[in-house]
Design a protein around this ligand. Sequence first.
Ligand code: ADP
Ligand code: 5GP
Length: 194
Amino acid sequence: MIVLITGPSGAGKSTFVHKLMADDDRLAFSISTTTRPIREGEVDGRDYDFVDDETFDQLVEEDAFVEWAHVHDNRYGTRRSRLDEMVAAGKIPILDIDVQGGVKVIDMHGPELVSVFLFPPSWDELELRLRSRATDTDEVIATRLKNARLEVGFAGRYTYWLVNDDLDQAVRRMAAIILAESCRSGAFQTSPLE
Ligand code: ADP
Ligand code: 5GP
């Protein structure tokens, strides 16, 4: 199983994913590679692999990414090697990636992919969350809000929809989705009786 979480910036994806992971040690966060500058409080190699433009170009040339995308003026990508390491360690990779990168991942995978679109409860609340996070300039926030209107147009490509109003409730629902998905007949390598 691979879990893909997407949604507009500010919907609460990283907050949601951290809480979900705290309750389930089978999940492992897929660390993306980005050209975005590091923010205060972030750690290179934990939150992202932070690289410069030249290094990103080289990784693209080497076909090192499962998918990559331009998101809000920077580039972000999921490294094949990162995913392989997690699967080899018996973990369930959890990807927090942008809406269009997520669609590329959906197009590449079969039923092992559990795709989830996380909605904010309202447009006003989305703006409030972006402002309260206090990590971005007004200009960046305006770009993110504009992009969010386009991104919700892709929500129909995702199997599950969750509204991140009450965080605990959204996380409980996600845990229920993972539980149900792990009981699919196709999730078993062999019959339990063999
Ligand atoms: P994303 O990863 O989707 O860009 P973040 O996880 O950074 O979003 O969340 C954006 C802001 O919203 C943060 O300040 C976070 O604390 C807040 N937030 C996230 N989930 C909730 C929630 N359910 N209720 C209220 N605030 C939330
Ligand atoms: P932030 O700069 O706020 O950390 O992330 C901005 C956006 O980039 C978020 O929507 C996040 O989901 C997305 N993102 C993070 N990693 C990846 C990735 O590997 N690929 C793609 N396509 N998007 C990513």
